[in-house]
Design a protein around this ligand. Structure first.
Ligand code: ATP
Length: 503
């Protein structure tokens, strides 16, 4: 699994998808840049989301609110008081950990201990079966696993009740059960606010403390009435937005899974109070179907219904995806009640209510939210698509089986030779196709190597111009996944590509 993940990271760099930020200065932790191919894939994911959420829904409109917002926004939303992660420092190593992640790491160590016992026993029993030894090994393994489960349950309880002393005690206990590098010397567990602060204004005295938004949702809530009135929107309706969000994450170690600057795609759906559960179920299903439409495999998704709810929610679920490091949250669907609109009403002193023309009454709508990280979605698609294949002749190829609709480049046009008029024809084909698709040209290296390079970039089609093209205006078109080649008329290319890559 580790190897698969390393492969994903190095492939993303080698083929121009993702680079570490400011790499010449040794990078900045958990901040990344999208390169020439990455930016296209990311844009296509965003467009695919936007089309299905906004264009395809009569009652959902878009918005692009600012990253900087009035600071009171974050008091009202609860982020100033409650947007925290539990943090613990190690006095010996001077390292900082997120307490819950540290406990999960220790639990994983217990798992590994159990696995080691099993492996050892396997080799021994392979030589001669010994019943007494079998029973004691069994007991030890059971012991480790039970210990692991109790610990995770205790952690969940202590975090839920914010019993930070208990979290610390748990870590110390685990240190004894799984000593790491000698004795560890832990500080108290503290709550750490994840918002990035900044300042607005020139002079030190008058400067105003601001935050970079940690979620895009609040920009939607504060604009709720503006959009509803000017768009003459009738409940139920939604407002969708994509944009950057910032979180000063304590652990940042899973490539673009957990970044400090990332992009969200969020939609807030405003409904009549009492109808929120109906729409919560509707959006859970609709969002899962959106994921399934990309064909990454049903077995790679599962719901995780939350038992512990955030202060604003009365129901919440994650859509989890099977990343190279296991099932983790990809998207959240939250029934946020009227918490946000009511809080903004209270803090701003402005009414944020909907006037229902059928009943002639005002009310504060309830909100159902769908919130997905664009970068996490990128990682899901990219890691799932990257495959090493052994071909019939025994050779291997690396192929990025991206859903064609998301591929950065839809077709590469390749002249068989660099002469005899073939490059000119190839360029003419490109001129004609580039109105509709991203098309690339490549004339370097043998044709087989050029095919492999396009496979690794995820390009669904390669179009090869050869001598026969001069005679009858036909080319070969090669399919990335099947590697099958067909001879077709140049005039048919647009249709063939379009059937596979259009949204
Ligand atoms: P996590 O539990 O993984 O920290 P969260 O529950 O805090 O995530 P939300 O606040 O619900 O996440 O944000 C909605 C979505 O935004 C998440 O499902 C995820 O896809 C994305 N997201 C959140 N934090 C990050 C991050 N640091 N880097 C990349 N994407 C993120």
């Amino acid at each position: 699994q580790d190897d698969i993940f390393k492969n994903v990271v190095s492939h993303a760099k080698e083929y121009g998808f993702i680079f570490p930020s400011s790499e010449i200065y040794d990078g900045l932790s958990a901040v990344y840049d999208y390169a020439q191919n990455g930016v296209e894939l990311k844009k296509n994911i965003r467009d695919y989301w936007w089309k299905s959420m906004v264009q395809m829904h009569e009652n959902i409109v878009g918005l692009d609110a600012s990253i900087l917002m009035h600071p009171t926004t974050w008091k009202a939303s609860g982020h100033v008081d409650a947007f925290n992660d539990p943090l613990i420092d190690n006095k010996d190593s001077k390292k900082r950990y997120r307490a819950d992640v540290l406990i999960e790491d220790y639990a994983e160590k217990l798992n590994q201990k159990a696995q080691k016992e099993i492996d050892k026993a396997r080799t021994r029993f392979g030589e001669a079966f010994n019943e007494t030894e079998f029973v004691t090994t069994n007991e030890r393994v059971k012991g480790y696993l039970e210990q692991k489960n109790t610990i995770l349950q205790r952690m969940a309880r202590s975090l839920e009740t914010e019993n930070l002393a208990d979290v610390k005690a748990l870590i110390e206990e685990l240190e004894i059960a799984c000593p790491d590098s000698g004795s560890k010397n832990w500080t108290d567990v503290k709550q750490f606010n994840l918002m990035f602060g900044t300042k607005l204004g020139a002079s030190a005295e008058s400067a105003m403390d601001l935050y970079l938004r940690p979620e895009t949702a609040q920009g939607i809530f504060v604009n709720f009435l503006n959009v509803q009135k000017t768009g003459r929107m009738k409940i139920p309706f939604g407002i969708a937005q994509t944009g950057k969000a910032f979180r000063n994450e304590i652990v940042a170690r899973q490539f673009i899974f957990r970044m400090r600057e990332f992009e969200q795609m969020e939609m807030q759906f405003f409904v009549k109070p009492g109808e929120e559960m109906k729409y919560y179920e509707f959006w859970k299903e609709t969002r899962l179907n959106w994921h399934l439409s990309l064909g990454l495999g049903r077995q790679n998704y599962r719901f995780h219904d939350h038992e512990k709810l955030a202060h604003y929610a009365n129901a919440a679920a994650d859509i989890e995806f099977n990343f190279p490091f296991g099932f983790k949250e990809l998207e959240g669907i939250h029934s946020r009640t009227d918490f946000d609109l009511k809080a903004h009403e209270q803090f701003s002193g402005k009414k944020l209510q909907y006037f229902d023309t059928e009943t002639n009454a005002n009310y504060t709508p309830y909100v159902v939210e769908t919130s997905i990280g664009l970068d996490r979605m990128f990682l899901a698609v990219f890691s799932n698509s990257l495959q090493e294949e052994t071909l019939e002749d025994g050779s291997t190829r690396t192929v990025l089986r991206l859903p064609s609709v998301l591929a950065p480049t839809k077709a590469a046009v390749l002249p068989l030779l660099k002469k005899e008029g073939l490059p000119e024809i190839a360029h003419k084909i490109i001129e004609d196709l580039r109105w509709d698709f991203n098309v690339a040209y490549d004339e370097k290296d043998a044709i087989g190597r050029r095919y492999r390079r396009q496979d690794a970039l995820g390009t669904p089609f390669c179009i090869t111009v050869d001598h026969q093209t001069i005679e009858d205006e036909t080319v070969t078109i090669r399919h990335r996944d099947s590697m099958k080649q067909d001879r077709v008329k140049i005039s048919e290319l647009r249709n063939i590509i379009n059937t596979e890559v259009s949204m």
